[in-house]
Design a binder for this molecule. Sequence first.
Ligand code: PHB
Length: 396
Amino acid sequence: MTSRRKFVQQVAALGTLSAASAIAPSLARAQAAKLRVGLMLPYTGTYAALGTAITQGFNIAVEENGGKLGGRDIEYFTVDDESEPAKATDNANRLVQRDKVDVLVGTVHSGVVMAMVKIARDSGTLLIIPNAGANAATGSQCAPNIFRTSFSNWQPAHPMGKVMYDKGHRKVVTLTWKYGAGEESVESFKEAFTKLGGSIVKEMYLPFPNVEFQAFITEIASLKPDAVFVFFAGGGAIKFTKDYAAAGLKDKIPLYGSGFLTDGTLEAQGASAQGLLTTLHYGDGIENPKNKQFRYAYGKKYGIQADVYAVQGYDAALLLGSGLTAVKGSFGDKKSLYGALEKVKIDSPRGAWTMSRAHNPIQDIYLRRVEGNANQVIGVAWKALEDPARGCKLGA
Ligand code: PHB
């Protein structure tokens, strides 16, 4: 072989090689591409602890799965949404358009989540909601790419109507923040309570996240209802039970709420929360192996007790992982992915649950009583409760 021919052959081989090496890494890159997870949650403000617990719960599930979901390593993009609806559209757009996330996970606040729902519907990005209860997210605005691992605002409040009626209460005052979650919780409680024959003496509201409760507590004392129903959560819930007890009303006018009132808050609430009855889809002492294992792992890693928010974050990662595994980690066939997400049965610390046709958990709602630093389950207030999903046409 002439040296020239040899040279030509070598160049040709090199050409093939370089073409091959140009393809090989891109294939390898596609297979190894990290799953881009956008976490949009509150890390400051009255719901800061809730956002943190959701993130930590999510991490526990990912760790249990060897650091991956659906066989893929994960790259996180995180935004502190501050539970601020006015910033919600910009925050969600940043994750979808700039960071090009494969999936949006968020958020806590019902007003903020409605901006995420709009962006998910417009962009087709998968949205997994690990808390915010806005009824419309799995109601009139339900969509094939929107799933929730928590609850609708209608769900935990509804059984409380019967619980309070059965306790003999007939005249009740309600108090909450004037925004989606507060209004929808009160509406759902009222729907159940008045249907049985109870009446609402007065509905009271204050702006979110205001904690100037004094004037309301004074008015409750003068109205003397049989009982009070509230929706508060996070830092606001801590302040409220303390103010209510300090005003001397705790043993005079019984206080009830959906379980957010006493979840993730008990250490700070101390004596002010002891004995309170609430309804929720989780309780600290639920007796199942999954709950024991989860609470142990969570406590060991984070040094605090798991709460409902941690469970919802954990379940969000379980949901995503099991859906993605079913489609071998690929977002290529959205129909198969959403089909897989619809069919999951989540083995949750709260007890196993399935997805409703509107993509919201069908789950037991527990009656809990605060004992020490735990929300002890004392009964099932409503078995396998499904949100009515008003206005949702999915799977109808
Ligand atoms: C909500 O805004 O939907 C919300 C916030 C905190 C909770 C529950 C619901 O604990």
